[in-house]
Write a protein that binds this ligand. Structure first.
Ligand SMILES: [Zn+2]
Length: 196
């Protein structure tokens, strides 16, 4: 009981003043003058930016898939090349790329806009690509009561591109699957065909 109340509270909190003063602190800590003309509005800009890029913390991803159509369709369905932007929780820098999402329904199907919305809700949080991938696969599998789900994600991470290795075009690939092996194979084949 207490736990669920805590997580609800956490989801509703967005402390603009806290962000504003934290950004000011960071500017001072890196040796900048937060009163300099170019920086004076930066804390406010970051508040508005964070309100958007972390908005997924205040939405329930399972609710997105609670509206589906009943349809007697039991063959693979795939949505390919869904672009997404997320924030790496290790460095608070963006990573962006595309996702392919497939599932095999057992009577529940969803539209493309719901899938994009699901990706958005989960991506607009501090994330790591691995978790983002498995969360999408889990929620599609569970909420649609599907026979199988498969998610493939490919992304470029700014924290890699900006520092160290500096290989700007390198990408991280992740995938996750739920359900029977044969069904998952069918999904991978369907998505691969769309790429050829
Ligand atoms: Zn990172």
């Amino acid at each position: 009981m207490t736990e669920s109340m805590d997580s609800t509270t956490a989801r509703e909190v967005f402390d603009s003043d806290g962000i504003r003063s934290a950004v000011q602190e960071i500017l001072i800590s890196i040796g900048e003058d937060p009163k300099r003309e170019g920086l004076i509005d930066t804390p406010n800009r970051v508040v508005e930016l964070y309100r958007d890029i972390f908005s997924g913390l205040r939405s329930d991803p399972e609710e997105v898939l609670s509206v589906f159509f009943e349809e007697n369709h039991t063959d693979p369905v795939a949505f390919t090349d869904i672009s997404f932007n997320s924030i790496c929780e290790h460095h608070l820098l963006p990573f962006h790329g595309y996702a392919h999402i497939g599932y095999i329904p057992k009577g529940r199907v969803i539209g493309a806009s719901k899938v994009s919305r699901l990706v958005d809700v989960l991506a607009k949080r501090p994330q790591i690509q691995e978790r983002l991938t498995t969360q999408i696969a889990d929620i599609v599998y569970r909420c649609l009561d599907a026979s199988a789900s498969y998610v493939f994600m490919s992304a470029e991470h700014m924290c890699m591109a900006l520092r160290g290795v500096k290989k700007p075009d390198s990408r991280i690939i992740t995938s996750a699957q739920r359900g029977g092996e044969q069904e998952v194979k069918q999904l991978i084949k369907t998505i691969s065909l769309s790429k050829s």
